[in-house]
Design a protein around this ligand. Structure first.
Ligand SMILES: [Zn+2]
Length: 587
């Protein structure tokens, strides 16, 4: 009699496919497992468990989940029933045992799709409910069956003894519902092009505890629905954690992960964040899912950029070495711009390394490195080792501290092209900030080639926009902004003014299907690109980077300010004046 339980090929492929689709196993891992399985004549799942005994519990839960059964959580006292069919080697044959609790007899099995088990169930246990156990429980019973039976018998008479069967941590009970909820939510997120999904615990007006679902679309959060089903909430937490390979039982510490989701043949990636959240004294978690950028969308021409801007960007990436800085508040699309720039570079013959936190999209042919602050791998630490990796181009996610800024500039001074971001409002103020951070003026003046300041603004819905009632006043405001502009900027303005119309959101106050009545649909970047020329270098070196003076000189030498850029888009009917002004004021 065999001393091994072989999983059915059905169950094996279900589990292996699930692990593959959720990136727990690579194609190569699966190939290796299948080859070993073929050699040994048993299933790939059996090989996986034998090589990774730590996965036993997880695989058990997964089988329960994938075959729509309840999971029998492992416990010390199992109310085992003596039965001749499951004695000795026969337990291996069926991978099952019989138990009895206050609810009656139940079968606990390893694989509900196993042929021997399904036949046995049909012939002898037609009406007996089935739970899934893990190999941990199976092995445990195998070793302790006599003791368990004895103890179960002696407990039988005591009415006070409660059942020890937990039909799963009540969590997996809702697995199917949670599955459907997650599927629908992700589908909706993609349909609406939402950047984030928030699933928060909440109490409604009647005092009922539940959770609410919100989507962030074009930078604004929208309340979607309230669900007074806390069990469903836990099911969702567990499903997402399982999918992302996170610890299900860890509720006191934040956890981050990633999942992929396929919709209409296209793969979408989401970043997951769990944070402890105490509500009514219960230790629960708040969930945020962020849709990761689609790197194909991050190209310069897709950013809705003005042609003059594209010319400058193309010039910026042709430098063999130097520093390109992108600046703006959080959520202004800085990373998207950096990705767009990297995408424009011919990446085949050169070595590009990025240090990111977090990696927001995968770029082909670029070596991306994720920071891990908890273990001391931060931007500064990354920069210390990166030069030994022989890079041509380096991207540093953000210059948050002095050491990072200094090291990044050092790298640009030793023959590398460096891209990074800062958190300032204007292109000119970033120079002052760098000086304040302790980067020597001679480093800045010799390396810095371009500073790009940017914001993301909402586009007015093209289907329900209407002419702005105050269009006349607005034209005047816009006109004033260009009064003292340089010649090339004035030319751009005059060009945009031809056939221009200034729009306001909300057509007729009716709900528009395109924008769901918000008046806006989609977003576009507005940019201010400052070229560091001789005049500006002079101010950096000899006038302590006087911000006002840099601004003045840059404008005189042909820089379009971020506000002017936005107003040109207003004249093109793409956005509204309010939207531009709000964005320019934001810090
Ligand atoms: Zn609309």
């Amino acid at each position: 009699m065999s001393e091994t339980f072989y999983y059915s090929s059905d169950t094996s492929s279900k589990v292996i496919n699930y692990l593959k689709e959720n990136s727990f196993l690579s194609e190569d891992d699966v190939k290796a497992l299948e080859e070993k399985a073929k050699d040994g004549g048993f299933s790939a799942l059996r090989v996986l468990i034998r090589e990774n005994p730590g996965l036993m519990e997880k695989v058990g839960k997964l089988i329960a989940y994938l075959t729509n059964h309840d999971f029998f959580a492992h416990q010390e006292e199992i109310p085992l029933v003596e039965h001749e069919l499951f004695k000795n080697g026969d337990a291996y044959k069926y991978g099952a045992y019989l138990i009895k609790d206050s609810g009656g007899e139940k079968l606990i099995c390893l694989d509900p799709l196993h042929k021997d088990f399904t036949e046995l169930k049909k012939e002898k246990f037609r009406k007996t409910p089935v739970l899934i156990m893990s190999h941990v429980t199976f092995n445990y019973i195998k070793e302790n069956d006599d003791d368990l039976i004895k103890s179960a018998k002696s407990n039988l008479g005591k009415t006070t003894v409660k059942s020890k069967i937990e039909i799963v941590d009540s969590d997996d009970v809702q697995a199917a519902d949670a599955n459907a909820f997650v599927f629908n939510t992700l589908t909706e997120c993609i349909k609406r092009d939402a950047s984030d999904i928030h699933i928060d615990l909440a109490v409604d007006k009647q005092g009922q505890m539940g959770f609410k679902l919100r989507f962030r679309v074009d930078g604004k959060c929208f309340d979607e629905s309230f669900h007074d089903d806390i069990m469903l909430y836990r099911g969702i937490v567990n499903k997402l954690k399982l999918d992302a390979g996170l610890k299900i039982d860890e509720r006191r510490l934040p956890q981050d992960g990633r999942i992929s989701f396929e919709s209409e043949g296209k793969l979408y990636n989401f970043r997951l964040s769990f944070m402890p959240n105490t509500i009514r004294n219960a230790q629960e978690e708040k969930i945020v899912l962020r849709q990761m950028a689609d790197v194909e969308k991050c190209d310069l021409y897709n950013l809705g950029i003005l042609p003059y801007c594209v010319d400058l960007f193309e010039k910026a990436i042709k430098y063999p070495h130097g520093f390109i800085c992108v600046t703006g508040p959080t959520g202004s699309g800085k990373t998207t711009t950096l990705y767009a720039l990297l995408q424009e570079i011919d990446r085949v013959g050169i070595n590009i390394i990025t240090l990111e936190d977090p990696i927001e999209a995968e770029i082909p042919l670029v070596n991306q490195s994720q920071m891990f602050h908890r273990i001391g791998y931060d931007f500064a630490a990354g920069l210390r080792v990166i030069l030994r990796q022989d890079p041509d181009i380096i991207m540093v996610g953000e210059m948050r501290d002095e050491e990072t800024a200094l090291k990044a500039f050092e790298a640009s001074n030793t023959g590398h092209l460096v891209f990074s971001t800062l958190h300032t409002n204007t292109a000119a103020s970033s120079i002052t900030r760098l000086l304040q951070m302790g980067v020597p003026h001679y480093f800045i003046s010799s390396s810095l080639k371009f500073v790009v300041a940017q914001r993301l603004i909402r586009k007015v819905c093209q289907d329900c926009r209407r002419e702005h009632p105050d269009a006349k006043d607005m034209s005047k405001t816009i006109d004033d902004t260009f009064k003292n502009a340089s010649k090339p900027v004035k030319e751009m303005y005059e060009d945009a003014k031809k056939n221009s119309k200034i729009f306001a959101p909300y057509g007729n106050g009716e709900t528009c299907k395109t924008c769901s009545g918000t008046g806006y649909k989609g977003r576009v970047g507005i940019f201010e690109i400052m070229q560091v020329d001789d005049d500006i270098r002079h101010i950096i070196n000899f006038e302590q980077g006087n911000e006002d003076k840099i601004q003045e000189i840059a404008e005189k030498n042909g820089m379009l300010t971020i506000q002017q850029y936005g107003y040109i888009l207003v004249l093109q009917g793409l956005t509204t004046l309010e939207e531009v002004d709000n964005a320019v004021m934001s810090v």
